[in-house]
Design a protein around this ligand. Structure first.
Ligand SMILES: C[S@@+](CC[C@H](N)C(=O)[O-])C[C@H]1O[C@@H](n2cnc3c(N)ncnc32)[C@H](O)[C@@H]1O
Length: 286
């Protein structure tokens, strides 16, 4: 078990947490949003929380949740990771347009891409495409697959902001399983696969995705299109009642002989403070 800890960077910090919420700094904005795992007491004085530029009202993932803004706060703002620009964005369901806890994956992925000659990387359930842009920046050809036209639109906005219009990125709006199965039938291979499936989702033609039912087949389809050598897989799973061992053992079955590690993606308060786990992961390489 190896937990991957994000301590932040100049554009992201966890400032405080407690009472079921977390206070973070995204670029210039202080953001207060629900975090049920933050059961302890807050350390910063109440006025620091009250001064947040944006606070998400409503329970975690509440349909009726909304952002309350203090002062002139735009819906989107430019941010970056290691020089690659993309947009922060106040979205419904309290998300911010990217997941800062993925930073250790971004570094690990870029390191491996750097060791291959323009590898083909498949990014499934790929949302706003920060991983896709960082992978392209590291020298890969990217196939970015997501079911949501809106998410693909946001990802292309990020591409434009990053000035990566010439990067080799294929934007595909399709059900991840359908796409991966077809790649298998065509005999196409990838040097790396990134997947971050939701617990529950729908494809563009209403194909139902249920992680506990469908992940085993999805990983078999991925195993069939992963290069035999010098290849990798990064799997992240959010909001599921499971241990990282469950995805570890599943990956061990689907990718026999691969070198793998698993654990939790964790965010740590600045100055070496407290930790909040965000999701499970398993990553492997051949
Ligand atoms: C949690 S987000 C992924 C987060 C992303 N990996 C990141 O770190 O930024 C889940 C994404 O899966 C997409 N999705 C849901 N069901 C899908 C399906 N059946 N096929 C492809 N994408 C799907 C959603 O549109 C959403 O963008």
């Amino acid at each position: 078990m190896t937990d991957l800890i994000t301590t932040g960077w100049d554009e992201y910090r966890l400032l405080d947490c407690g009472g079921g919420r977390k206070l973070e700094k995204f670029g210039p904005y202080v953001v207060d949003r629900p975090e049920e795992q933050a059961m302890g007491s807050r350390r910063l004085p109440p006025e620091k929380w009250a001064a947040a530029n944006a606070a998400f009202a409503g329970e975690k993932d509440a349909e009726d949740g909304r952002w309350n803004f203090r002062g002139n706060v735009p819906e989107t703002w430019p941010t970056h990771y290691k020089g690659v620009k993309f947009l922060g964005r106040f979205t419904p369901f309290r998300h911010i347009g990217y997941f800062p806890e993925q930073a250790p994956h971004w570094d690990w992925m870029m390191e491996r891409i750097g060791k291959q000659a323009e590898p083909k990387i498949l990014n499934l359930f790929s949302y706003t495409g920060v991983s896709s842009l960082l992978a392209a920046h590291a020298g890969a050809q990217i196939t970015h697959v997501d079911a949501s036209k809106k998410a693909i639109g946001w990802a292309r906005e990020n591409q434009a902001l990053a000035g990566m219009e010439n990067a080799k990125i294929r934007w595909i709006c399709e059900d991840a399983r359908k796409f991966t199965a077809r790649e298998g039938r065509r005999g196409n291979k990838y040097g790396g696969i990134i997947l971050d499936p939701p617990k529950f989702g729908r494809g563009p033609e209403k194909e139902v995705w249920n992680l506990f039912d469908d992940l085993p087949e999805m990983l078999s389809l991925c195993a069939a299109i992963l290069e035999e050598k010098n290849s990798f897989v990064i799997l992240t799973a959010y909001a599921i009642r499971a241990s990282h061992y469950s995805i570890y053992e599943l990956c061990r079955e689907k990718f026999p002989g691969a070198v793998m590690e698993s654990g939790e993606l964790v965010i740590q308060e600045e100055n070496g403070g407290r930790k909040i786990a965000t999701s499970l992961y398993c990553r492997l390489q051949r």
